[in-house]
Design a protein around this ligand. Structure first.
Ligand code: TYM
Length: 335
């Protein structure tokens, strides 16, 4: 199948600090594994992060480190287009058009927005970008006429918003956009926090013990798993009892890290306890992350490489983005 005939994929990740195991298992590993299957566009969502990062030095560092980490995880610039969102003004231009077409009610219904609002008490300090954020995300996706958007479960609602908005635009101005679908892999679509399994593993949670950062040192990784919340049962089994969500989380990570099936894992721990499982998952994670960490170091030391990759990515992304935006401007009567 030629590149053009393959389904087109777009996805993004914010440069909001070190990447964690939730990002990796929920999204990035799927991007990497499916590179041959799809025609891939992957984006550093730096404008999305402006809602939270207001320090130029930090932003610059985070962007670069995130690119190095994506490459270290196996994103191959030959097979995938990797670019910074902010280098293509097409994103913000289409985002304005979409902001103008987004019913306020749709935006106010977004659970991520509602969650953040409920945690912030001082409304004067809440940026409008937190509300209009899905319009920018819709622009990211629709500019590339993406068929599929591989993400973790927390992004499902934003992709549905994108579909609804694309359909609305097509209805008002005539057929323009492909309606994208979220691609969510069931098993690790929602990696919970190690310390509070009712919450997702996240960068914004100040409790660092709940998350494994991909750059964590081996002893830190092992310690975090040792401290992970479990329950007062004893047997090591895959169970969907909500009381055992902590155990299921550790087992699911172990499964993802080793590639073993559930029966094999359960058999491995017959007669053993949670302590043994925690040691095993710590070691498996360290072993899995070791080559990624080594590759990350190598890429960070290679001064010109990241810029080269990103300049090339921006050029390739621009070709598609320009074409779509031109079509949109004609439809809305701006050309
Ligand atoms: P972000 O940066 O929060 O997360 C990047 C990817 O990681 C997934 N993820 C998780 N998956 C499973 N378990 C978790 N605990 C977990 N935490 C994060 C996310 O689902 C996501 O796939 N708005 C997006 C970035 C974005 C984007 C886009 C995504 C901007 N434009 C266009 C897709 C298409 C975000 O903040 O992801």
């Amino acid at each position: 199948m030629s590149e053009q005939e393959k389904p087109r994929v777009l996805s993004g990740i914010q440069p909001s600090g070190s990447m964690h195991l939730g990002n990796y298992l929920g999204a990035i590993r799927n991007w990497v594994d499916d590179q041959d299957k799809y025609n891939n566009y992957f984006m550093i969502a730096d404008y999305h992060s402006l809602n939270t990062i207001r320090n130029g030095t930090e932003m610059r560092r985070n962007r670069k480190e995130l690119v190095a980490m994506l490459l270290a995880c196996g994103i191959d610039p030959e097979r995938s287009v990797l670019f910074y969102q902010s280098e293509l003004p097409e994103h913000t231009e289409l985002a304005w058009i979409f902001t103008s077409l987004s019913p306020l009610g749709w935006l106010e219904r977004m659970t991520q927005y509602k969650d953040k609002m409920s945690r912030l008490t001082e409304t004067a300090s809440i940026s409008t970008g937190l509300l209009t954020y899905p319009a920018l995300q819709a622009a990211d996706i629709l500019l590339y006429q993406a068929d599929l958007v591989p993400v973790g479960a927390d992004q499902r609602q934003h992709i549905e918003f994108t579909r609804d908005l694309a359909a609305r635009f097509n209805n008002i101005f005539g057929e323009t956009f492909v309606l994208p679908k979220a691609e969510i892999r069931k098993e690790v679509a929602n990696v919970p926090s190690l310390t509070n399994p009712a919450k997702k593993m996240s960068k914004s949670n100040p409790d660092g013990n709940g998350r494994i950062d991909l750059l964590d040192q081996p002893n830190v990784i092992k310690k975090k798993f040792k401290r992970a919340t479990t329950d007062s049962f004893r047997d090591v089994v895959f169970s969907d009892d909500p009381e055992r969500a902590g155990l299921l989380n550790i087992l699911s990570i172990y499964k993802a890290m080793t590639g073993k099936d559930e029966a094999t894992i359960e058999a491995e721990f017959v007669g053993k306890g949670y302590g043994d499982l925690k040691v095993a998952v710590g070691e498996a994670t360290v072993a899995h992350l070791e080559p990624i960490q080594a590759e990350y170091k190598r890429i960070m030391a290679d001064k010109g490489y990241i810029k080269e990759v990103m300049d090339d990515g921006a050029d390739r992304a621009r070709r598609i983005a320009r074409k779509t935006l031109r079509k949109v401007r004609r439809k809305i009567g701006m050309e």
